[in-house]
Write a protein that binds this ligand. Sequence first.
Ligand code: NDP
Length: 326
Amino acid sequence: MSKAIRMSRTGGPEVMEYLEVEVGPPAAGEVQIRQEAIGVNFIDVYFRTGLYPQPLPGGLGLEGAGVVVAVGEGVTTLKVGDRVAYAGHPIGAYAQLRNLPAALLLALPEKIGFDTAAAMMLQGLTVHYLMHRTVQLKAGDTVLFHAAAGGVGLIACQWARVLGVTLIGTVGSEEKAALAIENGAAHVINYNREPVAERVRELTDGRGVSVVYDSVGKDTFLASLDCLAPLGMLVSFGNSSGPVPPFSLLELAARGSLFVTRPTLWHYVAERAALEAAARALFGVVGSGEVKIAINQRYNLADAAQAHRDLESRQTSGSSILLPHA
Ligand code: NDP
């Protein structure tokens, strides 16, 4: 048996129920893990509200870290006692115990703790593909990164510093501005108080930036296009303020033959080799201390609804985790 968050309908945080569920033995190709920490991500909100559909009744959560406690038939890569972490489908990470395909799991280096791993896998693998694969950033590039004090954001600020990239971050408060700067942002713009595109032009001598990373979506989309230099790339990777409404491709021509992409982590780590390479890079920068994972909110698994309330109301900074055995 395992305690887990389940939901039978979409809606507000109140649809999340903390229940006892039965977990059978792992099937062929699966392992069972006792989770020590679970990551909370904005994507969990999209699944809870129904913006992203999933079959119901179901669970929530896509990221965790723990210890292998049982191994299904045919699994040769992992054994009982191994420390592992993961980010990815199937949904259902908000649980004490779960069975997962061995192919999703990564062996966790000794020096990375469970809390850090659960907080960083999804957000860190995301920053890796955004900066190394969607666009291959190089030293000297200048980019705009929205929500720079969030979970993905603080990792992005630090990783940009490692790469020698000038990151202009947007944030919603003065406290978050200080946090983004401390973590490596070269400049910050409070998008609740300052006109973003105008400030970006000032900071770049009128040129604009070559890449905008936009996870806010609806509220920032057009301003993001206005921040780009000709031939620049808008990487629209989230919808925290709502999905981007339909727009005319002529908007891209008018602003300088711009590019737009709407990527998702899962496509970038679908091949095991790509997942391992990205994880190696992430474990490398975190293991060396170049990127520190700021776990600024911790909750008991039973209080997952509160974690969602805090995240959606923009109360949080850095990463949030759930502790399943507290
Ligand atoms: P964050 O910790 O960044 O939390 C979201 C932040 O967005 C808030 O703290 C807030 O910061 C900002 N925000 C702006 N407008 C709103 C709004 N209307 N409602 C709520 N928040 C708002 O979350 P994560 O680090 O988990 O994720 C960041 C984004 O990246 C999400 O949109 C997520 O879906 C996306 N993502 C996409 C992936 C992909 O592969 N496509 C993978 C991983 C994450 P502030 O107060 O400073 O405005």
